[in-house]
Design a protein around this ligand. Sequence first.
Ligand code: ADP
Ligand code: ADP
Length: 223
Amino acid sequence: MTSLYLSVNSDFMFLVMIGPPGAGKGTQAKRLAETLGLSHVSTGEIFRQNISRKTELGLRVKELLEDGTLVPDDLTIELVQDKIDQLVNGSGAIFDGFPRNLEQAKALDDMLLLHDKGVDLAPLINLSDSNIIERLTGRRTDKDTGKIYHLIYDPPPDNANVEQRSDDKRDTVLRRIEDYHQSTVPMLAYYDDRDLLCEIDGDNTIDQVTTALLEVIRGRVFA
Ligand code: ADP
Ligand code: ADP
């Protein structure tokens, strides 16, 4: 398993998970982080934690998240900058939900370059718009552990303390899908041009998607 830690950055691997809301980025990022020994960073999760702790950042972004509106780039990039500074001495990281547009993708490269590092792979989990709605309306999150469940596809145990995200309502979901097409899809070419983008079909079972992701990561990053 030691070769798992060898990447093009020699001892540091940096992955960015891309995909529409509900594609399975969080579910898969948690699994991959555990299997590959990487830190998992979800900007959405960091925002939600700040909201529930009522921090200054939380108060600033609360309404935006509830409306399914993207947080301004300067605020999001500043948050990621702090994370990168903490992470560069570890074995690497898997980002989920960042970058979400071209400006963020360029800012991420600049931040990593300062540490002589770069993005190794950008797995894109694809899912059709009609499947996204079903995924998000059934999503439940464990309040204590952050584990992600789905009422039909990955049901929570009876004793789990689950809640529904306030932005997983139909209207909000439609706005987030629109944002994905407007802001994130134009960013894909940025990674594709450097042969870093690899597409995965998100419409398979959770286990099948994990297997497909591990195959491309092992094939591309550890080759
Ligand atoms: P999902 O995985 O369902 O798309 P996330 O947890 O990644 O949701 O994000 C939830 C919300 O957090 C977004 O709708 C947005 O308001 C905010 N957010 C998360 N990441 C970013 C980002 N990179 N840029 C701007 N806003 C973000
Ligand atoms: P994202 O982070 O991309 O918004 P999540 O990982 O939170 O997506 O997954 C969205 C919902 O879909 C969750 O309820 C999760 O349990 C479920 N889910 C994730 N991957 C799959 C899959 N391959 N098949 C069925 N349901 C899935």
